[in-house]
Write a protein that binds this ligand. Structure first.
Ligand SMILES: NC(=O)c1ccc[n+]([C@@H]2O[C@H](COP(=O)([O-])OP(=O)(O)OC[C@H]3O[C@@H](n4cnc5c(N)ncnc54)[C@H](OP(=O)(O)O)[C@@H]3O)[C@@H](O)[C@H]2O)c1
Length: 265
């Protein structure tokens, strides 16, 4: 093994849970952490299409409190807890069109999926981390948390903004006990969820997906790097943040957005 490869195995012996680790950004993170030597557990509602990974899969709908308890119970029993928890699962599946189209149920779902699933999972898995006085929790948020688009992300953006605040508060609480907590906010990223989102918006607007993509770039204030992120690019950042190389970093929110936002963050 080359020196470079050796250096990259700095998660050897670590147990990592990646929620929503079967597709998109979560899948890229799961694969990256495994390459760095971690034993990786992934959750999703449906089994992964490709059965080619060594990840331990647990089927669960994490928007349901009972499923969070089931996942934490299985992990504590089989692995004795986790060292790394990546709360990646999240979704923007709520009707667009502004305040009048969102029902109480839509608002509730947005917060269950994008905030409370993480709050509950952290609560279930943190005690072991605190006991061992080490651990890292990542919350995958979104630039939408700071940049709501009323026509298409009102409930989602609100839930992600709440996640950002919660993540910082948790970092302040657990830092003195050796547990680091960070937020990662991706911008537009090429995943299945993004594909569905664009197709849906294009259909509603009566334009092509390419035209919709350009419109979205303009709507978010432009992306200087001129393209969407690949999930693997976000996975690299997460891999660094959970590694010992980031041992003095906690409580921060990292933007990985190709330079999006025409303001100083
Ligand atoms: N793509 C983007 O442009 C973008 C931008 C900013 C932030 N993000 C954030 O990045 C994260 C990942 O997004 P993505 O685009 O990679 O999504 P994705 O391609 O749709 O993948 C989502 C993953 O989460 C799982 N999942 C969805 N709902 C679930 C539930 N209720 N319980 C358990 N698992 C569930 C999915 O599997 P099942 O469907 O089988 O459950 C899948 O594994 C999300 O938090 C999203 O908000 C994405």
């Amino acid at each position: 093994m080359s020196n470079q490869q050796n250096q990259d195995r700095d998660l050897e012996g670590k147990i990592a849970l990646v929620t929503g680790g079967t597709k998109g950004i979560g899948k890229a993170i799961a694969n990256r952490l495994a390459r760095a030597g971690a034993k990786v557990i992934v959750t999703a509602r449906n089994s992964p299409v490709e059965a080619d990974s060594d990840h331990h899969f647990i089927a669960a709908d994490l928007s349901l409190p009972a499923d969070v308890i089931k996942v934490a119970g299985q992990i504590n029993e089989l692995f004795g807890g986790v060292d790394i928890l990546v709360n990646n699962m999240g979704a923007n599946t709520y009707p667009g069109g502004g305040f009048g189209t969102l029902t109480d149920d839509d608002w509730d779902q947005a917060f269950q999926v994008n905030l409370l699933s993480s709050v509950r999972l952290d609560r279930a898995l943190l005690p072991k981390m605190l006991q061992q006085k080490s651990g890292v929790i990542i919350h995958i948020s979104s630039t939408s948390g700071q940049f709501p688009i009323w026509e298409s992300t009102m409930a989602y953006s609100s839930a992600k903004a709440a996640l950002n605040a919660y993540s910082k508060a948790l970092a302040d609480e657990t830092g003195p006990q050796g547990v680091r907590v960070l937020t990662v906010s991706p911008g537009l990223t090429k995943t299945e969820a993004m594909e569905v989102f664009l197709k849906d918006l294009a259909k509603k607007s009566g334009i092509t997906v390419d035209e919709m993509t350009q419109t979205l770039f303009e709507r978010v204030g432009g992306v200087p790097l001129g393209r969407m992120a690949e999930p693997e690019e976000t996975a690299e950042l997460v891999n660094f943040l959970v590694s010992p190389k980031a041992s003095y970093i906690t409580g921060a929110n990292y933007f990985i957005d190709g330079g999006n936002f025409p303001v100083v963050k």
